[in-house]
Write a protein that binds this ligand. Structure first.
Ligand SMILES: NC(=O)c1ccc[n+]([C@@H]2O[C@H](COP(=O)([O-])OP(=O)(O)OC[C@H]3O[C@@H](n4cnc5c(N)ncnc54)[C@H](O)[C@@H]3O)[C@@H](O)[C@H]2O)c1
Length: 312
Protein backbone atom coordinates (compact mmCIF):
# COMPACT_ATOMS: atom_id res chain seq x y z
CA UNK A 1 0.00 0.00 0.00
CA UNK A 2 0.98 3.63 -0.49
CA UNK A 3 2.66 5.14 2.61
CA UNK A 4 0.27 7.92 3.62
CA UNK A 5 0.26 10.67 6.25
CA UNK A 6 -2.82 12.40 7.64
CA UNK A 7 -2.21 16.03 8.58
CA UNK A 8 -4.78 17.32 11.04
CA UNK A 9 -6.59 14.70 13.13
CA UNK A 10 -9.40 16.95 14.35
CA UNK A 11 -13.14 16.62 13.69
CA UNK A 12 -12.81 15.23 10.17
CA UNK A 13 -9.15 14.19 10.01
CA UNK A 14 -9.77 11.48 12.59
CA UNK A 15 -12.02 9.84 9.99
CA UNK A 16 -9.24 10.03 7.40
CA UNK A 17 -6.93 8.31 9.90
CA UNK A 18 -9.50 5.60 10.67
CA UNK A 19 -10.20 4.86 7.01
CA UNK A 20 -6.53 4.90 5.95
CA UNK A 21 -5.78 2.58 8.85
CA UNK A 22 -8.52 0.22 7.63
CA UNK A 23 -6.94 0.35 4.19
CA UNK A 24 -3.52 -0.42 5.74
CA UNK A 25 -2.10 2.78 4.24
CA UNK A 26 -1.70 4.93 7.36
CA UNK A 27 2.01 5.51 8.06
CA UNK A 28 2.08 8.58 10.30
CA UNK A 29 -0.23 11.25 11.73
CA UNK A 30 0.56 14.92 12.19
CA UNK A 31 -1.26 17.53 14.28
CA UNK A 32 0.01 20.70 15.92
CA UNK A 33 -2.10 19.67 18.90
CA UNK A 34 0.29 17.21 20.54
CA UNK A 35 -2.37 15.39 22.56
CA UNK A 36 -4.42 14.68 19.42
CA UNK A 37 -1.38 13.61 17.41
CA UNK A 38 -0.34 11.25 20.21
CA UNK A 39 -3.86 9.88 20.73
CA UNK A 40 -4.28 8.90 17.07
CA UNK A 41 -0.70 7.72 16.68
CA UNK A 42 -1.25 5.39 19.63
CA UNK A 43 -4.70 4.35 18.51
CA UNK A 44 -3.44 3.17 15.13
CA UNK A 45 0.06 2.12 16.22
CA UNK A 46 1.81 4.57 13.90
CA UNK A 47 4.32 7.34 14.64
CA UNK A 48 3.06 10.88 15.20
CA UNK A 49 4.57 14.33 14.71
CA UNK A 50 3.43 17.82 15.67
CA UNK A 51 4.94 19.76 12.75
CA UNK A 52 4.59 19.10 9.02
CA UNK A 53 8.36 19.59 8.58
CA UNK A 54 8.97 16.50 10.75
CA UNK A 55 7.29 14.31 8.14
CA UNK A 56 10.58 14.52 6.26
CA UNK A 57 11.85 11.70 8.47
CA UNK A 58 9.31 9.34 6.93
CA UNK A 59 9.26 8.06 3.42
CA UNK A 60 5.70 9.08 2.65
CA UNK A 61 4.36 8.99 -0.89
CA UNK A 62 0.94 10.50 -0.21
CA UNK A 63 -0.76 12.77 2.31
CA UNK A 64 -4.19 14.10 3.13
CA UNK A 65 -4.52 17.66 4.45
CA UNK A 66 -7.37 17.93 6.94
CA UNK A 67 -6.31 21.09 8.76
CA UNK A 68 -8.39 24.31 8.82
CA UNK A 69 -8.82 25.75 5.33
CA UNK A 70 -6.62 28.82 5.86
CA UNK A 71 -3.62 26.50 6.44
CA UNK A 72 -4.08 24.24 3.38
CA UNK A 73 -1.86 26.25 1.04
CA UNK A 74 1.05 26.50 3.43
CA UNK A 75 0.85 22.82 4.48
CA UNK A 76 0.59 21.66 0.86
CA UNK A 77 3.66 23.71 -0.14
CA UNK A 78 5.72 22.07 2.61
CA UNK A 79 4.63 18.63 1.43
CA UNK A 80 5.50 19.45 -2.18
CA UNK A 81 8.93 20.66 -1.09
CA UNK A 82 9.60 17.38 0.70
CA UNK A 83 8.70 15.40 -2.41
CA UNK A 84 5.24 14.02 -1.57
CA UNK A 85 3.79 12.92 -4.93
CA UNK A 86 0.07 12.67 -4.14
CA UNK A 87 -1.75 15.18 -1.96
CA UNK A 88 -5.45 15.19 -1.15
CA UNK A 89 -6.39 18.68 0.00
CA UNK A 90 -9.70 18.83 1.83
CA UNK A 91 -12.38 21.05 0.35
CA UNK A 92 -12.72 23.93 -0.34
CA UNK A 93 -9.03 23.42 -1.41
CA UNK A 94 -7.59 26.80 -0.42
CA UNK A 95 -8.87 29.91 1.31
CA UNK A 96 -8.44 32.08 -1.80
CA UNK A 97 -8.42 31.62 -5.56
CA UNK A 98 -4.94 33.15 -5.75
CA UNK A 99 -3.61 30.40 -3.48
CA UNK A 100 -5.42 27.78 -5.56
CA UNK A 101 -3.79 28.92 -8.82
CA UNK A 102 -0.40 29.10 -7.13
CA UNK A 103 -0.72 25.66 -5.54
CA UNK A 104 -1.61 24.08 -8.86
CA UNK A 105 1.40 25.78 -10.49
CA UNK A 106 3.72 24.58 -7.71
CA UNK A 107 2.39 21.01 -7.91
CA UNK A 108 3.13 20.96 -11.65
CA UNK A 109 6.61 22.29 -10.97
CA UNK A 110 7.26 19.47 -8.47
CA UNK A 111 5.56 16.84 -10.65
CA UNK A 112 3.02 16.08 -7.91
CA UNK A 113 -0.71 15.35 -8.24
CA UNK A 114 -3.40 17.13 -6.27
CA UNK A 115 -6.88 15.94 -5.42
CA UNK A 116 -9.58 18.02 -3.73
CA UNK A 117 -11.87 16.44 -1.14
CA UNK A 118 -15.20 16.93 -2.88
CA UNK A 119 -16.43 13.82 -1.15
CA UNK A 120 -20.01 13.94 -2.48
CA UNK A 121 -18.78 12.75 -5.86
CA UNK A 122 -18.09 9.45 -4.07
CA UNK A 123 -21.53 9.31 -2.45
CA UNK A 124 -23.38 6.28 -3.77
CA UNK A 125 -26.60 8.34 -3.95
CA UNK A 126 -24.95 10.72 -6.41
CA UNK A 127 -23.62 7.82 -8.49
CA UNK A 128 -27.16 6.40 -8.73
CA UNK A 129 -28.71 9.78 -9.62
CA UNK A 130 -26.02 10.29 -12.27
CA UNK A 131 -26.79 6.89 -13.81
CA UNK A 132 -30.57 7.47 -13.82
CA UNK A 133 -30.04 10.80 -15.60
CA UNK A 134 -27.44 9.49 -18.05
CA UNK A 135 -29.59 6.45 -18.93
CA UNK A 136 -32.36 8.90 -19.89
CA UNK A 137 -34.79 6.99 -17.61
CA UNK A 138 -36.69 10.14 -16.65
CA UNK A 139 -35.89 12.39 -19.58
CA UNK A 140 -33.85 15.55 -19.78
CA UNK A 141 -32.90 17.38 -16.56
CA UNK A 142 -34.41 20.82 -16.07
CA UNK A 143 -33.77 21.66 -12.42
CA UNK A 144 -31.23 20.52 -9.83
CA UNK A 145 -32.27 21.55 -6.32
CA UNK A 146 -29.83 21.07 -3.43
CA UNK A 147 -30.57 21.59 0.27
CA UNK A 148 -27.64 21.52 2.69
CA UNK A 149 -28.64 22.98 6.03
CA UNK A 150 -27.74 22.44 9.67
CA UNK A 151 -26.93 24.22 12.89
CA UNK A 152 -23.71 26.21 13.09
CA UNK A 153 -20.73 23.79 13.16
CA UNK A 154 -18.80 25.42 16.01
CA UNK A 155 -15.41 24.08 15.02
CA UNK A 156 -15.39 25.83 11.62
CA UNK A 157 -13.99 29.30 12.32
CA UNK A 158 -12.15 30.33 9.18
CA UNK A 159 -14.72 30.23 6.36
CA UNK A 160 -18.45 30.78 6.04
CA UNK A 161 -21.24 28.50 4.84
CA UNK A 162 -20.52 29.28 1.17
CA UNK A 163 -16.98 27.88 1.02
CA UNK A 164 -17.47 25.32 3.75
CA UNK A 165 -20.84 23.86 2.82
CA UNK A 166 -22.46 25.15 -0.40
CA UNK A 167 -19.18 24.46 -2.23
CA UNK A 168 -20.10 20.73 -2.24
CA UNK A 169 -23.23 21.47 -4.27
CA UNK A 170 -21.49 23.96 -6.54
CA UNK A 171 -19.06 21.17 -7.38
CA UNK A 172 -21.85 18.60 -7.77
CA UNK A 173 -23.63 20.91 -10.23
CA UNK A 174 -20.45 21.35 -12.27
CA UNK A 175 -19.85 17.60 -12.14
CA UNK A 176 -23.36 16.40 -13.00
CA UNK A 177 -23.98 19.02 -15.69
CA UNK A 178 -20.38 18.99 -16.90
CA UNK A 179 -20.48 22.64 -17.98
CA UNK A 180 -19.69 26.08 -16.57
CA UNK A 181 -22.74 28.16 -15.52
CA UNK A 182 -23.78 31.08 -17.71
CA UNK A 183 -25.40 33.15 -14.96
CA UNK A 184 -25.21 33.27 -11.18
CA UNK A 185 -27.58 35.04 -8.80
CA UNK A 186 -27.27 34.78 -5.03
CA UNK A 187 -28.38 36.13 -1.70
CA UNK A 188 -26.07 35.66 1.26
CA UNK A 189 -25.61 37.07 4.73
CA UNK A 190 -25.05 36.78 8.45
CA UNK A 191 -28.11 36.39 10.62
CA UNK A 192 -26.79 34.82 13.81
CA UNK A 193 -23.02 34.73 13.49
CA UNK A 194 -20.60 37.61 13.50
CA UNK A 195 -17.64 36.75 11.37
CA UNK A 196 -18.83 34.81 8.33
CA UNK A 197 -22.02 34.37 6.34
CA UNK A 198 -24.39 31.78 7.76
CA UNK A 199 -26.82 31.54 4.85
CA UNK A 200 -26.52 31.52 1.09
CA UNK A 201 -29.10 30.89 -1.61
CA UNK A 202 -27.78 30.43 -5.13
CA UNK A 203 -29.53 30.25 -8.47
CA UNK A 204 -27.42 29.29 -11.49
CA UNK A 205 -28.33 28.98 -15.13
CA UNK A 206 -26.36 26.40 -17.13
CA UNK A 207 -26.43 25.88 -20.90
CA UNK A 208 -29.49 24.21 -22.44
CA UNK A 209 -31.81 25.82 -19.89
CA UNK A 210 -30.68 23.74 -16.94
CA UNK A 211 -31.15 25.51 -13.62
CA UNK A 212 -29.48 24.87 -10.27
CA UNK A 213 -30.80 26.08 -6.93
CA UNK A 214 -28.64 25.69 -3.85
CA UNK A 215 -29.97 26.42 -0.40
CA UNK A 216 -27.31 26.27 2.32
CA UNK A 217 -27.30 27.60 5.86
CA UNK A 218 -26.09 27.14 9.41
CA UNK A 219 -29.36 28.28 10.93
CA UNK A 220 -31.63 25.28 10.64
CA UNK A 221 -31.87 22.87 13.59
CA UNK A 222 -32.24 19.68 11.53
CA UNK A 223 -29.25 18.56 9.47
CA UNK A 224 -30.44 17.97 5.91
CA UNK A 225 -28.45 17.08 2.79
CA UNK A 226 -30.78 16.44 -0.10
CA UNK A 227 -31.01 16.86 -3.83
CA UNK A 228 -33.86 16.65 -6.26
CA UNK A 229 -33.51 16.58 -10.02
CA UNK A 230 -36.61 17.45 -12.00
CA UNK A 231 -36.52 16.03 -15.53
CA UNK A 232 -38.93 16.13 -18.46
CA UNK A 233 -40.36 12.66 -17.65
CA UNK A 234 -39.92 12.39 -13.90
CA UNK A 235 -38.16 13.38 -10.73
CA UNK A 236 -35.34 11.75 -8.78
CA UNK A 237 -34.76 12.60 -5.13
CA UNK A 238 -31.71 11.64 -3.11
CA UNK A 239 -30.99 11.88 0.58
CA UNK A 240 -27.22 12.29 0.67
CA UNK A 241 -27.02 11.31 4.34
CA UNK A 242 -29.01 8.07 4.23
CA UNK A 243 -28.35 7.41 0.50
CA UNK A 244 -32.07 6.74 -0.05
CA UNK A 245 -33.30 7.40 -3.57
CA UNK A 246 -36.84 7.95 -4.80
CA UNK A 247 -37.74 7.92 -8.49
CA UNK A 248 -41.08 9.39 -9.48
CA UNK A 249 -42.42 8.68 -12.96
CA UNK A 250 -46.02 9.68 -13.70
CA UNK A 251 -48.02 7.63 -11.13
CA UNK A 252 -45.17 5.28 -10.39
CA UNK A 253 -42.88 5.68 -7.37
CA UNK A 254 -39.85 3.44 -6.79
CA UNK A 255 -36.80 3.24 -4.50
CA UNK A 256 -33.78 1.10 -5.32
CA UNK A 257 -32.57 -1.03 -2.43
CA UNK A 258 -29.10 0.23 -1.53
CA UNK A 259 -26.82 -0.66 1.35
CA UNK A 260 -25.16 2.46 2.78
CA UNK A 261 -21.55 2.90 1.67
CA UNK A 262 -19.05 5.24 3.31
CA UNK A 263 -18.15 8.02 0.83
CA UNK A 264 -14.82 8.71 2.56
CA UNK A 265 -13.76 5.07 2.18
CA UNK A 266 -14.52 5.19 -1.55
CA UNK A 267 -12.78 8.56 -1.93
CA UNK A 268 -9.58 7.50 -0.15
CA UNK A 269 -9.51 4.14 -1.91
CA UNK A 270 -9.71 5.98 -5.23
CA UNK A 271 -6.98 8.42 -4.15
CA UNK A 272 -4.62 5.56 -3.15
CA UNK A 273 -5.44 3.71 -6.34
CA UNK A 274 -4.46 6.79 -8.39
CA UNK A 275 -1.20 7.04 -6.44
CA UNK A 276 -0.47 3.34 -6.95
CA UNK A 277 -1.13 3.51 -10.66
CA UNK A 278 0.48 6.94 -11.15
CA UNK A 279 -2.64 8.55 -12.59
CA UNK A 280 -4.16 12.03 -12.21
CA UNK A 281 -6.90 12.04 -9.55
CA UNK A 282 -10.22 13.75 -10.22
CA UNK A 283 -11.58 16.05 -8.81
CA UNK A 284 -8.24 17.84 -8.88
CA UNK A 285 -7.02 21.42 -8.95
CA UNK A 286 -9.03 22.31 -12.04
CA UNK A 287 -12.32 21.26 -10.45
CA UNK A 288 -11.37 23.04 -7.20
CA UNK A 289 -10.65 26.27 -9.05
CA UNK A 290 -13.91 26.05 -10.95
CA UNK A 291 -15.90 25.75 -7.71
CA UNK A 292 -13.92 28.55 -6.04
CA UNK A 293 -14.40 30.82 -9.05
CA UNK A 294 -18.14 30.28 -8.86
CA UNK A 295 -18.05 30.95 -5.10
CA UNK A 296 -16.49 34.34 -5.88
CA UNK A 297 -19.28 35.07 -8.36
CA UNK A 298 -21.81 34.16 -5.68
CA UNK A 299 -20.23 36.76 -3.38
CA UNK A 300 -20.20 39.33 -6.19
CA UNK A 301 -23.86 38.73 -7.04
CA UNK A 302 -24.99 38.95 -3.43
CA UNK A 303 -22.98 42.15 -2.86
CA UNK A 304 -24.26 43.84 -6.01
CA UNK A 305 -27.79 42.43 -5.71
CA UNK A 306 -27.87 41.40 -9.35
CA UNK A 307 -27.22 38.49 -11.68
CA UNK A 308 -23.63 37.95 -12.76
CA UNK A 309 -23.36 36.94 -16.40
CA UNK A 310 -20.34 34.79 -17.22
CA UNK A 311 -18.62 35.08 -20.57
CA UNK A 312 -16.52 31.93 -20.95
N1 LIG B 1 -15.11 16.71 2.80
C1 LIG B 1 -15.90 16.91 3.83
O1 LIG B 1 -17.05 16.54 3.82
C2 LIG B 1 -15.37 17.63 5.04
C3 LIG B 1 -16.02 17.50 6.27
C4 LIG B 1 -15.50 18.18 7.37
C5 LIG B 1 -14.36 18.97 7.23
N2 LIG B 1 -13.76 19.07 6.00
C6 LIG B 1 -12.58 19.92 5.82
O2 LIG B 1 -11.52 19.40 6.62
C7 LIG B 1 -10.73 20.46 7.12
C8 LIG B 1 -10.62 20.34 8.64
O3 LIG B 1 -11.90 20.47 9.21
P1 LIG B 1 -12.20 19.90 10.68
O4 LIG B 1 -13.63 20.11 10.88
O5 LIG B 1 -11.63 18.54 10.85
O6 LIG B 1 -11.37 20.96 11.56
P2 LIG B 1 -10.87 20.77 13.06
O7 LIG B 1 -10.58 22.14 13.55
O8 LIG B 1 -11.79 19.90 13.83
O9 LIG B 1 -9.49 19.97 12.91
C9 LIG B 1 -8.34 20.53 12.35
C10 LIG B 1 -7.11 19.89 12.99
O10 LIG B 1 -5.95 20.39 12.33
C11 LIG B 1 -4.96 20.69 13.31
N3 LIG B 1 -4.06 21.69 12.72
C12 LIG B 1 -4.27 23.03 12.56
N4 LIG B 1 -3.24 23.60 11.91
C13 LIG B 1 -2.35 22.60 11.66
C14 LIG B 1 -1.09 22.57 11.02
N5 LIG B 1 -0.56 23.65 10.48
N6 LIG B 1 -0.43 21.38 10.96
C15 LIG B 1 -0.97 20.26 11.51
N7 LIG B 1 -2.17 20.24 12.12
C16 LIG B 1 -2.86 21.39 12.18
C17 LIG B 1 -5.74 21.16 14.52
O11 LIG B 1 -4.98 21.05 15.71
C18 LIG B 1 -6.94 20.22 14.48
O12 LIG B 1 -6.71 19.01 15.20
C19 LIG B 1 -11.39 21.77 6.65
O13 LIG B 1 -10.76 22.23 5.50
C20 LIG B 1 -12.81 21.35 6.31
O14 LIG B 1 -13.39 22.13 5.28
C21 LIG B 1 -14.22 18.42 4.93
Amino acid sequence: MIETAVIGVGGFGKNHARVLNELEALSVVCDIDGSRARAYGRKYHVPYVTAVEDLRKFDIEAATIVTPTFTHYEVALKLLEMGVRYILVEKPFTATLKEAYELIRKAEEYGAKLMVGFIERFNQAIEVVEKIINDGEIGKPILYYFTRVSRWPERIQDVGVLRDTAIHDIDLSNYLIDEYPEEVYATMGKLQHHKHEDFVNILMKYPEDRTVIIEANWLTPKKTRKMRVTCTDGVVEANLLTQEITIIKRDELSSPNLDWQEPLLKELLYFLNCAERGIEPKPGGREAVMALEIAELVVKSSREGKTVVINK
